[in-house]
Design a binder for this molecule. Structure first.
Ligand code: AMP
Ligand code: GLY
Length: 416
C-alpha cells in the first residue's frame, strides 16, 4: 500500500485527502498540519506548510511514496523543489513555476508574449509614475493589483481617482504590502468562472468547470472573501467555449511555461471571464482553487493516487474520468468573517448531514468540534442537476447547529 503526505489544512486539502482515501492503492495518509475533519481520514502531523526542511525530514523518515502540496505559500516556499531534489514524487510546482500565481507581472508578461487573451495592462514600481498613468488614463473603474502573494487582498477595483490614489499609496509607499510592483489593468465585465487543469509539462487534463461566490452576502453583496460557495457544472459556458479555453489558454500557458524553463507539475487554475469579446484571463493560480476543489474533486472517478502520481512523475494518463453529476457546496463561516471573528464555538450535527462535509477551519477539543477559522465548513451535496443539488444542500445544512456560523442562501443562483 502506498503512503501519501498531503500538505495544507483547509477544505481543499480535506477534499484531496478524501479522494486519496477512496483509492484502493493508498494505505496511510499523513497530513501536515491538517484539521479536525482531515484527522478522521489521515494522521495529522504538527508541521506548518512552509516548514520545508521539517516536511522533507518527515517524508524521508516515513518513506512516503507521494507528496501532494495544497497551498501556494508552501509551493512558494520551495517545498516541491526540495522533495523533487530528494527524489520523492511530488504533486506541486517548483517555486519558479509558482510565479504564475505569485507574480501578477510575470503572469501578465507571459500572457502578452504568448498571446493569451487578458486585460491590457501596465506595471509600476513607483507611486508617482503609477499615479501619473492613472490620471492620464482617466478611466474608471481602474483595476489595481499588487504584484505578489497578498492573501486575497491584492486586488482593488478603484471607482475614482481618490480611491486609486489611496490604494497606490498603500501598495507602493506604505508598509502594509512589502516591496512589490503594481499592475494597473483594464476593467473587464462578464461572468467569471474557474477552469482548473492537471498539468505535467505539456500534458493538460481538464477538470469540470466551476464557479466560486466571492462576496460575503446573498445577492453578491458585501466585501470579497476567500469564497462562500461553489458549484458545477456551469450552464453558461458551452462545450465549444470550454474546448476553446483549454486549447487557447490553459494548453498555451502549459507549453509557454515549458518554453520558459518553468514547467508546471500540478494544478493550473484559470480564473476566466466570459466577456463580450470572448473568454479572457483574470488571474492564474498555481494550485487547486478553494472552495472550487471541494465541489470538483469528489466527482473524479479515476483513481486519485494514479492521477496525482502520474502528474507528479510525468507518466502519461489516457484520460481522467469524471462523474456527470451536479454538485453544490455551501461554506459555513464564522460571524464577522471576512472581518474580525471569534473562534472556539461548538458545532453540532455534522454527522447528520447526508452528503459530504469538508472541514475548512475546525479543531477538536475532547469530544467537541469547535470553529477554528473564518471559513469553517464546506457542505456538499450532489444531484441530477444544479437545482436538485442546491435543494439538497440547503435541506441538509439545517441539521448543522452552531451559534457563531452563517452561510449564504443563494449559492449557485447564477445557474438557475
Ligand atoms: P484576482 O485576485 O486577480 O482574482 O482578482 C480578484 C477579483 O477582482 C476577481 O475575481 C475579479 O472579480 C476582480 N477583477 C480582477 N481583475 C479584473 C479586471 N481586469 N476586470 C474586472 N474585474 C477584475
Ligand atoms: N476560489 C478562488 C481561489 O482559490 O483563489
Amino acid at each position: 500500500m502506498k503512503k501519501v503526505l498531503v500538505i495544507g489544512s483547509g477544505g481543499r486539502e480535506h477534499a484531496i485527502v478524501y479522494q486519496l482515501s477512496r483509492s484502493k492503492q493508498v494505505g496511510p495518509i499523513f497530513c501536515a498540519p491538517g484539521n479536525a475533519g482531515i484527522a478522521q481520514l489521515a494522521e495529522c502531523v504538527a508541521i506548518k506548510d512552509t516548514e520545508v526542511e521539517a516536511l522533507l525530514a518527515f517524508a524521508k523518515e516515513q518513506k512516503v511514496d507521494l507528496c501532494v502540496v495544497g497551498p501556494e505559500a508552501a509551493l512558494n516556499a520551495g517545498v516541491a523543489d526540495v522533495f523533487r531534489e530528494a527524489g520523492i514524487p511530488v504533486f506541486g510546482h517548483s517555486k519558479a513555476a509558482t510565479q504564475i500565481e505569485a507574480s501578477k507581472e510575470f503572469a501578465k508578461e507571459l500572457m502578452a508574449k504568448y498571446h493569451v487573451p487578458t486585460a491590457a495592462y501596465r506595471s509600476f514600481a513607483n507611486y508617482e509614475e503609477a499615479m501619473a498613468y492613472v490620471r492620464e488614463r482617466n478611466t474608471y473603474p481602474a483595476v489595481l493589483k499588487y504584484d505578489g502573494l497578498a492573501a486575497g487582498k491584492g486586488v482593488v477595483i478603484a471607482q475614482d481617482e481618490k480611491e486609486a490614489d489611496e490604494t497606490l499609496r498603500d501598495m507602493l509607499v506604505g508598509e502594509a504590502f512589502g516591496k512589490g510592483k503594481v499592475v494597473i489593468e483594464d476593467f473587464l465585465q462578464g461572468p467569471e468562472f474557474s477552469f482548473m487543469v492537471f498539468v505535467n509539462h505539456h500534458r493538460v487534463y481538464p477538470m469540470p468547470l466551476s464557479q466560486d461566490h466571492k462576496r460575503v452576502f446573498d445577492g453578491d453583496k458585501g466585501p470579497n472573501t476567500g469564497g462562500m460557495g461553489a458549484y458545477t457544472p456551469l450552464p453558461f459556458i458551452s462545450a465549444e467555449e470550454e474546448k476553446w479555453a483549454q486549447e487557447h489558454i490553459l494548453q498555451v500557458v502549459a507549453d509557454a511555461m515549458v518554453a520558459e524553463g518553468k514547467p508546471l507539475t500540478g494544478v493550473l487554475y484559470g480564473g476566466l471571464m466570459k466577456t463580450k469579446d470572448g473568454i479572457k484571463v483574470i488571474e492564474f493560480n498555481a494550485r487547486f482553487g478553494d472552495p472550487e476543489t471541494e465541489v470538483v474533486l469528489p466527482l473524479m472517478e479515476s483513481d486519485a493516487y494514479t492521477v496525482f502520481h502520474a502528474i507528479a512523475t510525468g507518466e502519461a494518463l489516457e484520460t481522467i474520468e469524471w462523474r456527470k453529476q451536479a454538485t453544490v457546496g455551501v461554506v459555513m463561516a464564522s460571524c464577522g468573517y471576512p472581518g474580525a471573528y471569534t473562534k472556539g464555538a461548538e458545532i453540532n450535527g455534522v454527522a447528520d448531514f447526508d452528503g459530504l462535509v469538508l472541514h475548512m477551519g475546525t479543531k477538536r477539543q475532547e469530544d467537541k468540534l469547535l470553529t477554528n477559522g473564518g471559513r469553517v465548513l464546506m457542505c456538499i451535496a450532489h444531484g441530477e442537476d444544479v437545482r436538485h443539488a442546491q435543494q439538497k444542500v440547503y435541506q441538509e445544512i439545517e441539521k448543522i447547529h452552531c451559534t457563531n456560523l452563517f452561510y449564504r442562501k443563494d449559492i449557485a443562483h447564477w445557474a438557475l
